[in-house]
Write a protein that binds this ligand. Structure first.
Ligand code: ZN
Length: 243
């Protein structure tokens, strides 16, 4: 089986379309996995939901998806994120809301446990340190856990009693054979590692190789949609910086 791993699309259609085209050029996949935050921040929530539904992606909900359903107190959000979340609520059709409402916070797919934040706290925890990775390895039973939320491509490897950190470089191929891993494929729609290109990963269960990909997309075109929607300017400008 070949999977494409996507996270944190954040209503950015330009980035999502670029990633879907890149996947098509790379391999014929058997399944698409989405690690939550389809919506929030960005100007095209409905279209991104539609694309994930059409692709029959195995999806968990993220904190921004919950916010768009009114299931989350927006005082936990930055003012820009809260403004975008309120705008998003008004954009969703009944079918969009029903779809987001149907998503679980944790899902098992083959060898993977899927969550948005961490297996310990699926909607909230940022899994970005060795300490939190060490603790979270005890909170799932499958060989691999897939996370999003931090918008950073990251890999934590458990071998014996030790946990090590791998920062994947572009197009890095990482063999998963024989160890347990926590993997973040990075963010499609709002990368925060200083590289503005959309980030995702591919995994082949036969070769057991994980490959990270970066994909350029038309950022000015996407930014103009932010302006038309009246979304906070800072949310548009951060796209070109990858922060
Ligand atoms: Zn996010």
């Amino acid at each position: 089986m070949r999977y494409a791993l996507l996270a944190d699309i954040h209503a950015n259609t330009s980035a999502l379309m670029a990633v879907l085209h890149d996947i098509e050029r790379q391999v014929e996949i058997d399944g698409l996995i989405c690690l939550g935050d389809i919506v929030g921040y960005g100007p095209n929530p409905g279209r991104c939901i539609e694309l994930m539904r059409m692709a029959q992606a195995a999806t968990v909900s993220g904190n921004h998806d919950l916010a768009a359903l009114g299931k989350l107190n927006l005082s936990y959000f930055s003012p820009d994120a809260a403004q975008a979340a309120r705008w998003t609520v008004g954009q969703l059709s009944e079918a969009d809301s029903a779809y987001l409402g149907s998503l679980p916070t944790l899902l098992l797919v083959g060898e993977f446990t899927l969550v948005h934040g961490s297996p310990r706290q699926p909607a909230w925890e940022y899994l970005i340190s060795l300490g939190s990775a060490r603790q979270n390895f005890t909170h799932f039973k499958t060989p691999y856990c897939l996370v999003g939320h931090s918008h950073l491509p990251l890999v934590f490897k458990q071998s014996g009693g030790d946990v090590t950190f791998i920062r994947p470089s572009e197009h890095a191929a990482i063999p998963l054979e024989g160890f347990r891993f926590i993997i973040n494929p990075g963010s499609v729609g709002q990368p925060r590692d200083g590289d503005p290109r959309a980030s995702y990963a591919l995994y082949d269960t036969e070769s057991r190789m994980l490959r990270f990909r970066r994909v350029p997309y038309d950022i000015p075109a996407e930014q103009s949609r932010f302006f038309q929607a009246g979304l906070p300017l800072r949310l548009a400008s951060r796209l070109e910086q990858g922060i």
